[in-house]
Design a protein around this ligand. Structure first.
Ligand SMILES: NC(=O)c1ccc[n+]([C@@H]2O[C@H](COP(=O)([O-])OP(=O)(O)OC[C@H]3O[C@@H](n4cnc5c(N)ncnc54)[C@H](OP(=O)(O)O)[C@@H]3O)[C@@H](O)[C@H]2O)c1
Length: 251
């Protein structure tokens, strides 16, 4: 190697090493920040945005308020939601679906399945990277042909197409809303089957499942969400052991 080449190589090393150092420090900070925010979400009181404040949305929202979380309810009727939250104390708010999506660390989407395509477009980028609980069921008699297509695809995977770039956990799909409304006070310890692909989302949603009075029971990836529907073997109230046994036979 000539002297000039040696000098050039030395020069490159001088530039390169600090660059590696900086990259290392930056990635260390990013990973510390991600760990810190994951820990915050896993232990602190959460802000929950509810889209669809009907039977399921209101039952779960009330349970989460009782557990100490802050909840923004939304639907297509803001005035009704304002009147509803006026009865629920200072941790309950009302907003539009977009405001609820902005507000929530975690979102519960509990609307008729047929509303998902237009809702996804309406919410657009506000739901990007959000943890979304998908309680929605495609029911052909209510939602029409799109529900048949969603059932063919699998309810969880279809929901993720309508709500793109979100961290979906499918759960609360096949227990009647009236039962959900009282689960936290009854301590019956039924399992709540869940399906999802994102580890952090599963961790956070598990907390909310527990706060709603159920024992979180992961049955698999989001593709398994096709089994989380009324009328399937996993539907209704089961112990965790029963759910695991049923799920194992579905795979
Ligand atoms: N009921 C149950 O026992 C149960 C149990 C598990 C899962 N599910 C599933 O959960 C979902 C909700 O069921 P639900 O019984 O709670 O229904 P629901 O009582 O009819 O409530 C539906 C809610 O969605 C809102 N909504 C409809 N279209 C909307 C849109 N485009 N944007 C924003 N909000 C919209 C409605 O508000 P507006 O009145 O303003 O339209 C209403 O607040 C369904 O997919 C259902 O299959 C139901």
């Amino acid at each position: 190697m000539s002297k000039t080449q040696r000098n050039q190589s030395h020069h490159h090393r001088c530039l390169f090493l600090p660059l590696i150092g900086l990259t290392f420090i930056a990635s260390l900070f990013v990973s510390m920040w991600l760990t810190a925010s994951a820990q915050t979400l896993a232990s602190e009181k959460l802000k929950i945005g509810i889209i669809g404040s009907g039977r399921v949305g209101s039952a779960l929202g009330k349970a989460w308020l009782t557990a100490g979380h802050q909840v923004m309810f939304s639907s297509q009727h803001l005035e009704d939601d304002k009147a509803f939250v006026a009865t629920l104390g200072p941790n309950a708010l009302a907003g539009t679906p977009t405001e609820a999506a902005q507000y929530g660390d975690v979102l519960l989407v509990a609307v008729p399945y047929g509303a998902l395509p237009s809702l996804g477009k309406e919410l657009g980028n506000t739901i990007k990277d959000k943890i979304v609980i998908d309680a929605c069921n495609p029911i052909v008699t209510r939602d029409g042909e799109m529900a048949a297509a969603a059932r063919d695809k699998g309810a969880g995977l279809a929901s993720s197409e309508f709500l793109p770039n979100t961290r979906i956990v499918r759960t609360f799909n096949a227990i009647p809303a009236a039962k959900m409304a009282e689960a936290a006070t009854k301590q019956a310890n039924f399992g709540m089957p869940m399906a999802g692909d994102d580890a952090l989302a599963i961790q956070i949603v598990s907390r909310l499942v527990r706060d709603a009075g159920y024992e979180p029971t992961l049955i698999g990836k989001l593709a398994m969400g096709k089994y989380l529907l009324p009328g399937t073997p996993l539907a209704g109230e089961h112990s965790v052991e029963e759910l695991r046994k049923i799920a194992a036979e579905l795979k």
